[in-house]
Design a binder for this molecule. Structure first.
Ligand code: ATP
Length: 959
């Protein structure tokens, strides 16, 4: 049944035939049970991308790495030698290396699965939704649950997620660019096509992948998933899984670079060993080769990209619990370097819970009491309830009634709680009308015939009503931005009369708008026009002229309580906050002042912006932070101007026309609640709670994630340098420290298996724990990171080298301490001394983990702050204890038990890493303080930043 329609080309069938064939109902849609049954039958509405990779393949993938190949080669060589030599017993080295490869692959697999899981969960969270009617009830469902026969309700801003045959269309304009390549939107029409047509001309259909630009419609789903036109073309769907962030690419590049460096070092080490010890037996050569290979494997930070993915994925998951749903991993990084946040006002900086507080009419002004959507309150003047039937009462009822006609919202009460369906601005009129109690008269008298929808550009909406008191003739009722409504009016309604609107009245109305806006009220005016026809005229904007002005309301939309604090935090963090709103300049400026955003008395209006040339525009954007009555096109222009000044811009948006601005911003942020599907699709982040404070939290997280990436880089790279230096200088200085074998040849400071063990311990637990380290206290008191800043700067490299050198010196000194001969004469066996050196190196890595948490801050600050790190350190120390004392591990890793005193010595020697790092940090801190005290004129880099970020930031940096 389902496929019959898809085959028959529904664009050529009448819609009722299509509905019937699909077993649906034009009013009630499918039943919930039937929709569930069909979903099981046809599967989810998803365009399949690449087929899923089975788990075993993912595990095998872990072995596909040049370094693992090297290890396999090492195993092969050592097995051949073992076989040729006819050595007794088990091939220990080969087995240990093989075991380490498998454990490493297992860890890699778990990490990858973890990261994928987090990203999948995220994709589910940001999944698109569609409105359908099921069992006669309108509801929003995830688009993946759409099935053939579903009755789709389409409104402006929706994305179409399946192919569907239209049942009705009211000025429905759809953009099908993704499907047909046609950039102009297409006007749709439910009338059946007379003859087969190309995709772009099937006006009675809407297709998966298109977006509703304007108007509304209803349609029955004819095909889902791969059966849709989009599925047949199989376009590449965006996939978060595959995406690599710039930072990930930089890390991968760094890994490759280090890989080459380390491989060269390994070759040098092997050559040095062979040269210095002389080649005696094939066994000597194999040992040297194994050491070189293990060194290369240990020192190349091959685990970096995997750990990086896990850290990003975990960060993204944490952000989602705070209502910031990141759609692209790369925006996590970009968030950390955001320098400007452009936020809209209504619902983001304000609560968006609208209450009409004033009604200003040509016959006087009244106050409406009560707050929120609970319709308790009254209309009063000077604190006294307005007498019912008075002129002012009637005029107020007219304004509210008009606002309720040009209205698409509904109020619902459940258990004493009032909730809004639709636009909160519309809802405010319904609530106020309930307070005055004239709703029933309005519904008895008027019947809606059509609508001219609201758009942010028009700032108006109108309803066409058949008026029972005028024999069904049509009245156009309009509400919208006060000055826009006024510009469409030629008359004014005063008590019972309609009078021409004169200049004095006009001036008075504009003064009222300014006054109410200055008091932070959102002003909306209401007007009407009486037509002499009772048939529906052609619906277009020309109907909204020669109107009769009734009055305006002042809506209270209080600032969010947490917004002022969030703005202050953003400013402390060197981030400039700009308000870009469709509201009145005075309302915008007042709210901005109340929130501590600016001292500006008025906002820059869209009209002013339009009169500026490119240079003036950029200059304005540099200095002014509040923009009002802007259009979505202005938003995009502002983003471009900020980009020209090298700013990293986060921009919020909710409407269809915000999509270009959201796309051009570095971080496009769509509103989760009030945003359209189109805006959500164009954005990289969704605010589940529409709250400005969440953006600041997300920036904080972004910065924290970046800082944590630096922490584990600091840890891994300095540890690796320590290993390389230990082996290199161990071999070069073997004679000096007494590293000789019984036969007089030089002995190796560490064995291949020991190096691999260190790699296994340190690359996993502590490195991962570093990735979830709590943020530093001052993370939001530093200026944003410049995007040109390398992830590892010169200072960090200096730290790596220092730590590496200290590790190597501590390890080699310990070896010398216990070995006979050398600088300090000891009396232990080679295996015992080597076990001590090996243990020092492991413990030094663990001390290094503590140091790596900050570049300049002491390790003792919030010493126990990261419990995962302590778990990782504890587990690593226990494993080292096991490797030193358990007999079978002693055999595998050629270790010997250490005495308690020796353990103590190892601990003290290893701790030098910590003390050396503390001294370095102390010096760096005092250098930083001295630099900060130096006058700004001596600091060209800072000055440069200053001039780039405009006045808000200048004052901050100077602070
Ligand atoms: P922001 O851009 O901060 O979200 P906003 O909601 O005021 O603020 P728009 O949605 O672009 O921005 O609305 C612009 C103007 O249009 C509003 O200030 C208001 O005067 C008018 N307006 C808003 N909603 C409606 C509506 N439902 N009906 C009629 N006019 C409206």
């Amino acid at each position: 049944m389902v496929s019959a329609v898809a085959d028959a080309d529904p664009s050529l069938l009448d819609w009722d035939t299509v509905v019937e064939q699909l077993g649906s109902d034009p009013d009630r849609g499918l039943s919930v049970q039937e929709a569930a049954r069909r979903l099981r039958e046809v599967g989810p509405n998803e365009i399949a991308t690449v087929p899923p990779v089975p788990r075993w393949r993912k595990f095998v993938e872990q072995f596909r790495d040049p370094l693992v190949y090297l290890l396999f080669a090492a195993i092969g060589i050592s097995l051949i030698v073992w076989a040729v030599d006819g050595a007794p017993g088990w091939p220990m080295d080969a087995s240990v290396i093989a075991a380490i490869i498998v454990v490493n692959a297992g860890l890699g697999y778990v990490q990858q699965a973890h990261a994928e899981h987090a990203v999948e969960a995220l994709a589910r969270m940001s999944a698109a939704t569609a409105t359908v009617v099921r069992d006669g009830v309108q509801q929003r469902v995830p688009t993946r649950e759409l099935v053939p026969g579903d009755l789709l309700v389409l409104v402006e801003g929706d994305t179409v997620a399946a192919d569907a045959r239209l049942l009705s269309a009211a000025t429905l304009q759809v953009s099908e660019a993704r499907l047909t390549g046609e950039s102009e939107p297409v006007m749709k029409d439910a009338r059946t096509l007379a003859a087969p047509a190309a995709l772009g001309d099937r006006l009675d259909m809407v297709f998966n992948g298109s977006a509703v630009n304007q108007g509304a419609g209803r349609a029955v789903v004819t095909a889902t998933a791969m059966a849709t036109q989009m599925g047949q073309i199989v376009v590449l769907l965006r996939s978060v899984h595959e995406e690599r962030t710039p930072l990930q690419r930089e890390i991968a590049r760094l890994g490759r670079m280090l890989g080459i460096a380390v491989l060269s070092i390994a070759v040098v080490v092997i050559a040095t060993i062979l040269l210095m010890s002389g080649v005696h037996t094939i066994n000597n050569v194999v040992t040297a080769l194994l050491l070189g290979v293990s060194l290369a494997v240990a020192a190349v930070p091959e685990g970096l990209p995997a750990i990086m993915s896990v850290v990003l994925a975990l960060g993204v998951r944490r952000m989602s619990t705070q209502n910031a749903i990141v759609k692209k991993l790369s925006s996590v990084e970009t968030l950390g370097s955001a320098t400007v946040v452009c936020s809209d006002k209504t619902g983001t900086l304000t609560t968006g819970e609208m209450t009409i507080g004033r009604i200003a009419t040509p016959v006087g002004e009244v106050t409406v009491t009560g707050a929120g959507y609970h319709p308790a309150g009254r209309i009063e003047r000077d604190g006294v309830a307005l007498p019912e039937g008075s002129d002012l009462w009637r005029q107020s009822a007219l304004v509210l009634g008009g606002g309720c006609l040009a209205n698409d919202a509904a109020l619902q009460e459940q258990d004493g709680e009032w909730a809004v369906q639709g636009d909160p601005t519309d809802a405010a009129f319904l609530v106020a009308e309930m307070k005055i109690g004239t709703g029933h008269r309005r519904t008895e008298r008027f019947r809606r015939m059509g609508e001219i929808p609201f758009t942010s550009e028009r700032k108006l909406m109108s309803s066409l009503e058949s008026d029972a008191h005028r024999d069904g003739r049509v009245t156009v009722v309009t509400k919208g931005a006060a000055e826009v409504v006024l510009s469409r009016c030629t008359h004014v309604h005063v008590s019972h009369r309609i009078e021409p609107l004169d200049a004095v009245q006009r001036t008075q109305i504009i003064a009222d708008v300014e006054r109410l806006s200055g008091d932070a009220f959102r002003t909306l005016a209401v007007a009407y026009r009486l037509l002499e026809t009772s048939t529906l005229p052609e619906i277009n904007e020309s109907l909204e002229r020669e109107m009769v002005y009734c009055g305006m309301v002042g809506i209270i939309d209080p600032p969010r309580p947490e917004a002022a604090d969030a703005i202050a935090r953003a400013r402390r963090a060197g981030i400039r906050v700009m308000m870009i709103t469709g509201d009145h300049p005075r309302t915008a400026a007042r709210i901005a002042r109340d929130l501590g955003m600016t001292e500006e008395v008025s906002a820059v209006s869209g009209l002013e912006l339009a009169s500026l040339d490119e240079e003036q525009f950029r200059e304005t954007v540099r200095h002014r932070s509040v923009y009002a009555r802007v259009t979505p096109a202005d938003k995009q222009r502002i983003v471009h101007a900020l980009h020209a000044d090298h700013q990293i811009v986060a921009m919020t948006g909710d409407g269809v026309n915000d999509a270009p601005a959201l796309k051009s911003a570095d971080i496009g942020i769509a509103m989760g609640r009030s945003g359209t599907e189109v805006a959500k699709e164009a954005s990289t982040m969704i605010l589940a709670d529409d709250n400005f404070a969440t953006i600041v939290k997300a920036i904080r997280e972004g910065r924290g994630i970046f800082a944590n990436i630096r922490k584990f880089l600091r840890y891994l790279l300095s540890s690796n340098i320590g290993e390389v230096l230990t082996v290199f200088f161990g071999v070069v200085l073997a004679g000096v420290i007494g590293l000789t074998d019984v036969d007089g040849t030089i002995a190796l400071p560490l064995l291949a298996t020991q190096i691999l063990w260190i790699n296994l311990l340190t690359d996993s637990g502590p490195a991962l724990a570093m990735g979830v380290d709590p943020e530093a206290d001052d993370i939001m008191s530093r200026p944003p990171r410049s995007t040109s800043e390398r992830i590892i700067d010169g200072r960090m490299w200096g730290g790596f080298v220092l730590t590496g050198v200290v590790m190597a010196v501590a390890t080699l000194l310990t070896l010398d301490l216990y070995l006979p001969g050398g600088l300090i004469a000891g009396e232990e066996s080679l295996d015992n001394a080597r076990t001590a050196g090996f243990t020092v190196l492991v413990l030094a890595q663990l001390f290094n983990a503590l140091c790596a948490r900050s570049e300049t801050g002491t390790a003792f600050h919030r010493f126990l702050g990261n419990r995962w790190l302590w778990v990782a350190i504890g587990v690593s120390a226990l494993l080292q204890l096991a490797v030193v004392h358990l007999p079978f591990l002693q055999r595998a890793f050629s270790t010997e038990a250490l005495s308690p005193i020796q353990w103590l010595v190892c601990l003290v020697m290893a701790s030098t890493v910590l003390w050396a790092s503390e001294i370095r940090k102390l010096i760096l801190r005092s250098l930083d303080t001295r630099k900060a005290r130096r006058p700004m004129s001596n600091c060209p880099a800072d000055q440069c930043r200053k001039s780039l970020r405009g006045p808000d930031i200048r004052s901050l940096i100077a602070e």
